[in-house]
Write a protein that binds this ligand. Structure first.
Ligand code: HEM
Length: 156
């Protein structure tokens, strides 16, 4: 009996950690993307071309670490949340449909974010003009947060 209490305590700690990491990553990455799309990039339109290029390069180099680290944390904590939530939602088609949609949308956002901080020549056009892609990512992220919030409040 003490063992099962101990086990529950351990998973409780992990559940909290996973949630904090997941939500903390969402705050950091979605907040950073909003800042870039609606504050940094518009403010740069009045900056001289050469300075702008240099600044954008430097920002991209630093932001890249957040994007790669964030994607890893999202995937690990997200799948952990998913496996913990599964037993509570057996046969719950709405839950699985919505979580599946959310995960697919998240993968699309990860792809866009990686392309924008990456080096592939194929996406150079995106990097030259990142604002439209950032807006799509932010829109998808809002949909993802709405789905996640709904599932959380709806419960088992
Ligand atoms: C753009 C990426 C993502 C964002 C912005 C995001 C955001 C969120 C938010 C805000 C919550 C609600 C947490 C709470 O209310 O406690 C959540 C829960 C969750 N997320 Fe994510 N997430 C993302 C990616 C992922 C990925 C890739 C997975 C799975 C691999 C995932 C799986 C889950 C699960 C299973 C839950 C719990 C849902 C429930 O309450 O039953 N998420 N996410």
């Amino acid at each position: 009996m003490f063992d099962s209490i101990g086990m529950a305590m351990n998973l409780f700690g992990l559940d909290v950690l996973s949630r904090v990491l997941h939500v903390g990553t969402a705050i950091t990455l979605v907040g950073g993307s909003l800042f870039m799309a609606f504050v940094l990039l518009p403010s740069l339109s009045s900056v001289e071309d050469e300075t702008r290029q240099a600044l954008v390069q430097a920002v991209r180099g630093r932001w890249k670490r957040f994007v790669h680290g964030g994607i890893a944390i999202f995937l690990i904590s997200g799948f952990y949340n998913y496996f913990r939530a599964m037993p509570k939602h057996e046969g719950d088609g709405l839950y699985h449909g919505m979580v599946g949609t959310k995960i697919l949308l998240a993968l699309v956002v990860f792809f866009f974010a990686s392309a924008l901080v990456g080096r592939s020549a194929v996406f150079e056009g995106w990097r030259q003009n990142p604002a439209p892609k950032l807006r799509v990512m932010i829109f998808l992220a809002v949909v993802i947060v709405i789905i996640s919030g709904f599932l959380k409040i709806r419960g088992a």
